[in-house]
Design a protein around this ligand. Structure first.
Ligand code: 5AD
Ligand code: SF4
Length: 476
């Protein structure tokens, strides 16, 4: 799992993520397996999609490489949420071109594919701007990847598939391959019907779609059989989940969570990312009742002024958000709240920005992700002419982040002296150290024997920084 859960990075340009998996080909053809290199940008849904693409390709005889020079197939899984994130793809393609040329000079072919939201949004334009691209594939067509790659190899022209096909990709992707991880993402819902005026997601990911409970549960069982203990349910608007239940009725996210909590081996459940209007009573109750549902909730509020919220088409007011937080905190006292905030939405005044600061002070967040507004093609807000100058956005972002860092440090400091159950996930940077996660999603470092990996142990927290905690495992 990536170090940080919510959807994107604070640096305004979509993080590029190291490939979180390394799988070997299990298909013995006698030939050296072709190698695939996948670079992932953006949110956790892209991380999940990259894993599924990797698994589909491994099933076809590929093996994964982390060295791009060795790759017969390079996939960039891209993010379109802000302009800088989308532009990053083109600078990356410049680097890929050099690799492709160098390989070609020694007679080695390289297929270059652009996947993800930039692929969906820009389609054939990508090939016009970067002719080295052989294949453009949208997020709904990943199950067709092996076939599309074959087409790209044999066809003299580049291949573009950005359709929203009738058949759903989840039904056609191979089953999850066993992994040796402790935590995993599981996409349960895709797309969004909310049409916030700043956001490209409804255009790049399409209308809201929920997978069936049986499908999700079967994937969760596969993951736990491979050693996964914590699953984060993903969706662009995950709490709008309404997949078909085993009884044929439409089930809510709360019902899905309660169902998954009964699977042996699942110790912890999380979900992200949510819209305040879809925080239903049963989901709030589940936070109070379901022990495996971790006390951490990512609940974006985006802006602290009712006028801006209306212009964003967020469909709720500040008072409704504050009341909702109070109900959630009543159901699950001590829950850690995280959020997304945009500064400099068109027309945002200094006074309206200060309302955002006031809301942060009123609610108190354990963690938050904040962004400068970025005008996106095709969105309603992108057409507005009262855009806020970049210097003003930068100034507001810095002031906002200073406050958010202080709140995060204060939240971490209040954990010092407490004993928290920590799920240990991976070796730490120092020898003899492991890193795990607290229920509140903080990274926790502790001295521990390697066999503690995958276990939940009580840790007495002895120190903290802005981004992590340190502690000592309590004797058994
Ligand atoms: N500009 C800036 N931030 C944006 N986000 C979405 N669209 C934009 C945009 N056009 C932010 C929102 C969302 C998060 C994933 O990215 O805060 O919750
Ligand atoms: Fe984008 Fe709004 Fe949908 Fe979130 S709820 S994905 S911000 S349109």
């Amino acid at each position: 799992m990536q170090d940080r859960l919510p959807a994107d990075s604070n640096d305004d340009d979509g993080a590029d993520l190291e490939s979180p998996f390394a799988a070997m080909s299990d298909v013995d053809t006698g030939q050296p397996a072709p190698k695939v290199f996948i670079k992932t940008f953006g949110c956790q849904m892209n991380v999940y999609d990259s894993e599924r693409m990797n698994e589909a390709l491994v099933a076809q005889g590929y093996s994964e490489t982390s060295a791009i020079e060795d790759a017969d197939l390079v996939i960039l899984n891209t993010c379109h949420i802000r302009e800088k994130a989308a532009e990053k793809v083109y600078s990356e393609l410049g680097r890929v071109r050099k690799v492709k040329d160098a390989r070609s000079a020694v007679g080695r072919e390289t297929v270059v594919a652009v996947a993800g939201c930039v692929a969906q949004a820009e389609g054939a334009e990508i090939i016009a701007r970067a002719p080295i691209v052989d294949l453009v594939v949208g997020p709904q067509s990943y199950h067709r990847l092996p076939e599309l790659i074959d087409q790209a190899k044999t066809c003299s022209k580049s291949v573009v598939d950005t359709a929203f096909p009738e058949e759903k990709k989840f039904a056609h992707l191979p089953e999850r391959a066993p992994s040796h991880r402790v935590t995993a993402f599981l996409t349960v819902q895709e797309g969004c019907d909310k049409f916030c005026t700043f956001c490209v997601v409804p255009y790049t990911r399409g209308m809201e779609y929920s997978r069936s409970v049986a499908d999700v549960a079967s994937e969760a069982r596969k993951l736990t059989a491979g050693g996964v203990r914590e699953i984060t349910l993903l969706g662009q608007n995950v709490n709008a989940y309404h997949g078909q239940g085993p009884d044929g009725a439409s089930w809510s996210l709360a019902q899905l969570i309660r169902h998954l909590a009964q699977i042996d081996g699942i110790e912890r459940l999380r979900y992200t990312t949510s819209h305040p209007c879809d925080m239903s009573d049963d989901l709030i109750e589940a936070h109070g009742e379901e022990e495996k549902l971790m006390p951490y909730l990512h609940l974006p509020f985006q802006a602290g002024s009712d006028r801006i919220l209306a212009a964003m088409n967020r469909k709720h007011t500040i008072k409704e958000y504050v009341d909702l937080v109070a109900r959630i905190r009543a159901a699950r006292p001590g829950i850690a709240l995280s959020t997304d905030i945009i500064v400099g939405f068109p027309g945002e005044t200094e006074a309206e920005f200060e309302e955002t600061i006031a809301l942060i002070l009123e609610v108190g967040f354990a963690q938050a992700y904040s962004f400068k507004y970025s005008a996106r093609p095709g969105t309603q807000a992108g057409k507005l002419d009262d855009q806020v100058p970049d210097v003003v956005k930068t100034d507001r972002l810095l002031r906002l982040q200073e406050l958010l860092d202080r709140q995060q440090s204060a939240f971490n400091a209040h954990c010092v002296g407490q004993t928290l159950p920590v799920l240990f996930e991976k070796p730490g940077r120092r020898p003899g150290q492991l890193v795990g996660r607290s229920p509140y999603l903080q990274a926790v470092h502790a001295e521990a024997a390697p066999e503690v990996l995958g276990q939940i142990r009580p840790v007495e927290i002895s120190g903290c920084g802005t981004n992590s905690l340190a502690g000592v495992i309590c004797p058994a």
